[in-house]
Structure formats: C-alpha cells, structure tokens
Design a protein around this ligand. Structure first.
Ligand SMILES: Cc1cc2nc3c(=O)[nH]c(=O)nc-3n(C[C@H](O)[C@H](O)[C@H](O)COP(=O)(O)O)c2cc1C
Length: 149
C-alpha cells in the first residue's frame, strides 16, 4: 500500500503542507509528488491519495482541476482519499478542498477525512504559525482513519 501526496504549489506553501503530511504517515511509503509528475496509473486499490491545492479564484488550480477531470468515473474505486487546500484568511475566500473531495468521491474514492484548509499570511505565504503542526496532526488522523476497520 502506497500513499500518494499530490500537490500543486506556486510559492511552496502547499508543498510544505504536503511534506508535513507525508512525514507524519508513519511507516507508509508516502512521497509528496508535484501534480505535473503524477501518473494516475500508479494508483492501486487500497492506496491513499491525498490531493493538495492552493485556492485560485475560489477553486483548485487549473493543473489540479485537469487531473481531477482525467480521473473520471470509477477510476478511484478502492482508493482511500482526502483533500486539503491553502488559502488566505479573508471574509470571502472560496473553497478548493471541498470541491476536490467531491470530485474524488465522484471518481469512486472512499473519502476518509473532512476537507482541510491551511492558512497562509499573504498570497506568497508564509504559512501562518501552527499550520505545519496542524498538517502533521492531520496526517496522523489520516493514518488512524486508514487503520479503522
Ligand atoms: C491568482 C491567485 C488567485 C488566488 N485566489 C484566492 C482565493 O480565491 N481565495 C483564497 O483564499 N486565496 C487565494 N489566493 C491565495 C492563494 O491561496 C495562496 O497564494 C496560496 O495558498 C499559496 O500557496 P502556494 O505557495 O502553494 O502557491 C490566490 C492566489 C493567486 C496567486
């Protein structure tokens, strides 16, 4: 069983969250991979897929959206999945993680966590204090969800 932590990131903040999540998945073979380098054919039943994207104009980035559209119906059958986004703390910031989780479910994935937001201090970051620790805790909670019967 493998964990695929797939992210898009313009300024490195989403990548940092992906690395923190990957590092907290215990003995799982978990490597963060940029969305451009990810091949959906590498996914096998029982694997974990974690998708991370910055919010761009209230939605995931074009590269993440493109990946989700190539997955299509049923491609993720048997795959466990979760989604996170990075965003600024504004009154109206939109959402990417929820949209990604819906698309993953539509492709047949078993969603094992609520979509998770992580906050940056400005468009280029850095992450707000405490967000890396939050990412590590979230990673551990994914591991616990995987271990549940
Ligand atoms: C073109 C563009 C559009 C953005 N739109 C939003 C938005 O709608 N809501 C939001 O909360 N943040 C928005 N942001 C801020 C990004 O979420 C922020 O740049 C991102 O979290 C940084 O992550 P990264 O370093 O991985 O690229 C936008 C940033 C850019 C560059």
């Amino acid at each position: 069983m493998k964990a695929h932590i797939v992210y898009d990131s313009a300024f490195g903040n989403t990548k940092s969250v992906a690395e923190a999540v990957a590092g907290s998945l215990g003995d799982l073979d978990a490597t963060p991979v940029a969305v451009s380098d990810f091949r959906p054919d590498d996914l096998a039943a029982g694997d974990l897929l974690v998708l991370g994207s910055p919010i761009n104009g209230w939605r995931p980035t074009p590269k993440i959206t493109q990946l989700l559209s190539t997955l299509g119906d049923g491609h993720l059958k048997g795959v466990k999945a979760a989604a996170f986004d990075t965003r600024v703390r504004m009154f109206i910031h939109g959402d990417a993680a929820k949209k990604m989780a819906h698309a993953l479910r539509d492709s047949g994935a078993d969603i094992i966590s609520e979509p998770m937001p992580f906050y940056v201090q400005g468009s280029e970051g850095p992450l707000r204090p405490g967000e890396i620790e939050k990412a590590k805790l979230w990673g551990k909670s994914l591991l616990e969800a995987l271990e549940r019967p």
